[in-house]
Design a binder for this molecule. Structure first.
Ligand code: FAD
Length: 353
């Protein structure tokens, strides 16, 4: 059997890249090992153009955000499914001082385009502490990642182009122009193996900086807010009476296990803002494939050109993957330049070390 591409790993990165290549007419085999953990199976899937207390516009937001909306809704329309939920993010002010600080911050036109200060505060006051009102970040939303990954998996299964199991780097036979793996010959293998990429002998030289995160799911029957709330902690309504709450950030104890400490931290923040009863029904942990310079890892191997990587998506895989997959595919198929800040060529001195 022959194919153009073998995609190793089907989290959000592998799903988005496989779809983008498929839509360009390439034959793509997708391989994913369900026995290995996946950050996409844990993530809230929120896309947010303005982050942090200072409402900083995220990297390349003006390119990423229009693109991702078209990308996810385009798949929904073409397959007759739904997994993308555009919503605003409500940022309650912590104090009157913060209210006036935010008015000043939103004078900046690059920030103002993503903000609405005309907000019906009553929509929020029934479920959360909201004495000073707040603003809404527009152009945001969330991707139901479990559903998205399931739909893309089904798409490739129906095409007979899906393999369930592990692809070990040591099992690849790499020549100058092709890669052979288990009787299949492909022009390129692209690793989309998330945080496990730091253990991959081909790309382990890249400066990963993995970050553990935990998230809770809770029943809150009287919760009536439709938008996402963010005040240091996010509250994401996933359906009536069910919310997801997160997330923690830890650069230590880098395993995929939940901890009592993580739950207490999230619950204490939740109790400070929520004014209605809730009951935690699930807790999950995952490792974000973050990088030292907070930019993704995209490109082909410095010496083995039939092998590439599309990873290092850190805390923002859902917003980064669609635009960067398009860039990568144009690079691979049309020879266009890759986004220099994301190109792994920036790390070549580490490979040669
Ligand atoms: C608590 C938490 C909350 C988060 N919230 C958000 C959020 O709101 N918005 C957002 O954009 N991001 C969020 N993230 C970050 C997000 O999870 C990542 O950016 C994204 O999931 C990374 O996707 P990925 O496809 O690169 O990796 P993964 O999702 O980890 O996928 C890698 C896949 O590769 C497979 N795999 C690995 N090795 C092999 C192999 N050798 N052979 C076959 N298969 C293999 C694994 O099984 C897995 O399915 C959050 C993360 C956490 C932990």
């Amino acid at each position: 059997m022959t194919a153009d591409f073998l995609i190793v790993g089907q989290g959000v990165a592998g799903s988005v890249l496989a779809w983008t290549l498929d839509q360009r007419g390439c034959t793509v085999i997708v391989a994913d090992d369900p026995a290995q953990p996946s950050a996409s199976a844990v993530a809230a899937g929120i896309v947010n153009p303005l982050t942090g207390r200072k409402l900083v516009r995220t990297w390349k937001a003006d390119d990423l955000f229009p693109f991702l909306h078209d990308f996810y809704t385009g798949i929904e329309q073409s397959l007759g499914v739904q997994f993308f939920h555009p919503k605003s993010i409500y940022r309650p002010y912590r104090s009157l001082a913060e209210q006036s600080d935010y008015s000043a911050l939103t004078e900046d036109p690059s920030v103002r385009q993503y903000v609405s200060q005309v907000v019906d505060n009553e929509l929020y006051s029934g479920s959360i502490n909201n004495p000073f009102g707040g603003l809404e970040v527009t152009g945001a939303g969330w991707l139901d990642l479990t559903e998205f990954v399931r739909i893309i998996k089904g798409y490739f299964i129906r095409k007979n182009q899906y393999f369930e199991g592990s692809v070990r780097d040591s099992d690849l036979v790499i020549s100058d122009t092709k890669v052979a793996w288990q009787g299949i010959q492909v022009n390129k293998v692209i690793f989309c193996d998330g945080a496990q990429g730091s253990q991959n002998s081909l790309f382990g030289y890249l400066p990963y900086n993995p970050v553990k995160g935990q998230i809770l799911t809770a029943v809150a029957e009287r919760y009536s807010i439709k938008n996402i709330v963010n005040q240091g902690l996010f509250i994401l309504p996933i359906r009536d009476g069910l919310i997801r709450v997160g997330a923690t950030y830890s650069w230590h104890d880098l395993d995929w296990q939940t901890t009592d400490e993580g739950r207490s931290f999230l619950e204490s923040k939740l109790q400070a803002i929520l004014t209605i009863p809730y009951q935690v029904v699930a807790q999950q942990a995952g490792i974000r494939p973050s990088t030292k310079d907070r930019r993704p890892f995209i490109g082909t191997h410095p010496e083995r050109s039939p092998v590439g990587i599309f990873g290092g998506m850190g805390t923002k895989g859902v917003s980064l993957a669609p635009y960067l997959a398009e860039q990568f595919v144009r690079h691979l198929l049309d020879g266009e330049e890759l986004e220099p800040e994301a190109n792994i060529s920036r790390c070549v001195s580490l490979y040669n070390r």
